[in-house]
Design a protein around this ligand. Structure first.
Ligand code: NA7
Length: 541
């Protein structure tokens, strides 16, 4: 489907991706009167919410903190139905916003970019699509999404399996029959945990293949009534203000003073937070849990006891309790009746650390302990996070340097927006920004506004080339590394530290500094400082 009103192949700005950030970015560019289009590889807009159609897929952010804040009309008109809205509704919301501002006509779908090459003489990017079509643009804004490059394991015989098998990111649009079926879920990250909770009541037999357990705490979802929505609407300014002040972009606010309380007082607080919605137990807890090993251990013990209290079989409960990292030191999945699923006779946990997968067969999966037969295999095996979507485009900058080579060990950016040697490539929600580490839309609105301001500055001053200074970039990378080093999760293995065993070149134990963990207010202060100093860290001509 191509809904663009023009077939022209040159534009001042090309935006890559029509997800949450691309939609807002094109809105700002259209309002500015810039000649801009969006190229989207998928067949429609929505990004992550267009793709992830698996059962149980929903926000972990309170819906009203996830929605856009930029339009009073949208805030007035949209009614969130649940505290943590599910994928179909989230996709409807993005369609509603795009249609309201008539943004589709600026979007070309099925337009996946294969290569992007900087032409210094012409001061422009040349983009070659997989279809062979070629576009050029003075500026390219990437809104590729931090979790848009799914990864599969590499087990022998995977292609032999004759039943249905797909990654959660590629869950089919048409309904998948699960009732009474024998289903395997591989992976117990945020996605696997959502899937298991949602399908356990439906399927015939469910077998969960767990390599490492993840900590998880209750989502505590609930419907939002008309009256409640009216109260939320009246409070929107305050809500977004609260989000802007908190490190994670949520209304939950961390507190200091762990050691000022008695163990009984801490437990009383946790009893309360465990029953509150969303990330309360993480982002509304004592800040010490992220920095102080003993504080984190005490909270981990508390959550472990909660798991023991919910899973009837003690041996299964122990398998579900992480031993290699503390609570909140990897991206915390939120769950709905996940632990209770294991109390069902038809739900089985396979601990891959004890009985690894040997191979896939035509009918199922062979582990060292035996053969499991399946009708459906679900890969909830995660993503080549944050930089993966960049690596999948062959991006070549000044002097033929490839971005994938520059970022081979770890990305290097200025404020997560620019990378030296790649002029006029502006990243929204890019590596080393806060978009991977905080409530996503709060971060991307900041990112889009800042990139838009930079383009306004360029237009007003006749600037056609923008590049980050290498020293400024090194300073930002050092700040990103410092923020990592302060936090306990620097030693954990999840995608926050850039590790994925399914991606060639990723080394266990070697951090890729992909996201900025200094918190939203500090990030915003850094980008504001850059604006206020007249973009002093950039070379503009
Ligand atoms: P995650 O959080 O990266 O989780 C992936 C899961 O898949 C995790 O449990 C992995 O185990 C497991 N995995 C990955 N590769 C394999 C292989 N080869 N064999 C067995 N198990 C494997 O991705 P999610 O999709 O759950 O969540 C991503 C984000 O989406 C989430 O944080 C939210 O922001 C939304 P491991 O822990 O690596 O041992």
């Amino acid at each position: 489907m191509n809904t663009t009103t023009t077939d022209r192949r040159h534009h001042e700005v090309i935006v890559l991706g029509a997800g949450v950030s691309g939609i807002y970015q094109i809105k700002r560019l259209v309002d500015m009167g810039v000649d801009a289009i969006v190229l989207e590889g998928d067949d429609d807009l929505g990004g992550t919410w267009n793709r992830n159609r698996y059962p149980g897929c929903r926000f972990d952010s309170e819906s009203y903190t996830y929605g856009y804040s930029f339009s009073q009309e949208v805030l007035d008109e949209w009614h969130w139905k649940e505290m943590f809205s599910a994928q179909p509704e989230n996709l409807r919301y993005l369609h509603f916003v795009a249609d309201k501002f008539d943004l589709r006509r600026h979007m070309t779908f099925g337009a996946r970019v294969a290569t992007m090459t900087w032409d210094d003489a012409a001061t422009q990017w040349t983009l070659q699509l997989e279809s062979g079509d070629v576009y050029t643009a003075r500026f390219v804004i990437t809104s590729l999404g931090p979790l848009s490059a799914p990864t599969l394991p590499k087990y022998p015989g995977m292609a032999d399996f004759k039943g249905k098998a797909f990654h959660t990111f590629h869950w089919p649009k048409e309904p998948v029959a699960l009732d009474g079926r024998r289903v395997a879920v591989i992976g117990t990250g945020a996605t696997g945990i959502q899937v298991v909770g949602a399908i356990a009541p439906i399927v015939g037999e469910l077998t969960v293949f767990q390599r490492r357990p993840n900590w998880s705490s209750p989502l505590n979802n609930s419907p939002i009534s008309d009256e409640e929505m009216a109260r939320i609407r009246a409070r929107y300014d305050e809500i977004f203000d609260n989000c802007a002040k908190s490190p994670g972009g949520f209304e939950h606010v961390p507190r200091w003073g762990f050691w000022d309380k008695t163990p009984e007082e801490r437990k009383a607080l946790w009893d309360e937070l465990y029953t509150q919605p969303g990330f309360a137990i993480l982002a509304g807890n004592f800040a010490e849990i992220f920095f102080d090993e003993a504080a984190n251990q005490e909270l981990s013990n508390y959550i472990a006891d909660r798991i023991r209290g919910r899973v009837h079989d003690p041996a299964t409960a122990e398998k579900l309790i992480p031993k290699d990292h503390g609570f909140g030191l990897q991206r915390l999945p939120l769950e709905t009746r996940y632990f209770e699923a294991y109390n069902q006779d038809n739900v089985h946990l396979v601990d891959l650390s004890e009985t690894p997968i040997e191979r896939f067969t035509e009918t199922g999966i062979q582990t060292t302990a035996g053969h499991h037969e399946f009708d459906v295999i679900v890969y909830a095996t995660g993503f080549d996070a944050i930089t993966g979507a960049y690596d999948r485009i062959d991006i070549t900058g000044v002097d033929g340097v490839r971005l994938a080579d520059k970022w081979k060990e770890s990305p290097s950016t200025f404020l997560g927006v620019l990378s030296h040697g790649f002029p006029n490539l502006l990243m929204v929600a890019g590596p080393q920004s806060v978009s991977g580490s905080t409530n996503f839309p709060r971060a991307i609105e900041v990112g889009v506004d800042w990139v838009t301001g930079l383009l306004e500055h360029a237009r007003a001053n006749g600037i056609s080339r923008i590049e980050a200074r290498p020293d400024a970039e090194s300073e930002w990378v050092a700040e990103v590394e410092r923020a990592h080093e302060r936090m306990l999760f620097r030693r954990s293995k999840g995608w926050f530290t850039g590790y994925n065993s399914n991606v060639a070149g990723h080394q266990e134990g070697k951090i890729r500094y992909q996201a900025y963990f200094g918190g939203s207010p500090r990030y915003v202060a850094a980008i504001q400082h850059e604006t206020e100093t007249g973009y002093a860290s950039m070379v503009m001509s």
